[in-house]
Write a protein that binds this ligand. Structure first.
Ligand SMILES: [Zn+2]
Length: 120
């Protein structure tokens, strides 16, 4: 798959203050230690969000919203149920919110905010 360039001005030092914690946002070519079908992932231990560089910019924005949504749920204790059905329901709900918020321009807003917080 052809690698997309990150949106203009996107650096690897993007940060967002999510639920009062600074999360680093990285655009990555590969997800270390995982299957390559992922579009994004979040690590609540290291406060890092990774987004696949293979995605078009529009989908990067949507994936970022999805991962931010995981943070919202995690910090209120709603990610602890790891049963398959609960996980699938969470993913589906986050996808619906991510798409709706993306369409309202929230993804572009988050990218701009994350760029401003970047430490080059
Ligand atoms: Zn997810």
């Amino acid at each position: 798959m052809k690698h997309q360039h990150p949106p203009d001005g996107v650096s690897q030092g993007m940060k967002l203050p999510i639920c009062g914690h600074w999360y680093t946002i990285r655009i990555v070519d590969e997800f270390e230690g995982e299957g390559q079908n992922l579009t994004g992932r979040v690590n609540h231990g290291t406060h890092e969000i990774e987004i696949s560089s293979k995605l078009p910019t529009s989908q990067m924005e949507e994936v970022l919203i999805h991962e931010v949504g995981h943070c919202f749920l995690y910090h209120y204790g709603h990610e602890s149920d790891q049963r398959a059905k609960a996980r699938i329901e969470r993913e589906n709900t986050l996808d619906a919110f991510a798409n709706g918020l993306y369409a309202l321009g929230v993804g572009a807003f988050l990218i701009e905010k994350a760029k401003k917080e970047a430490k080059p």
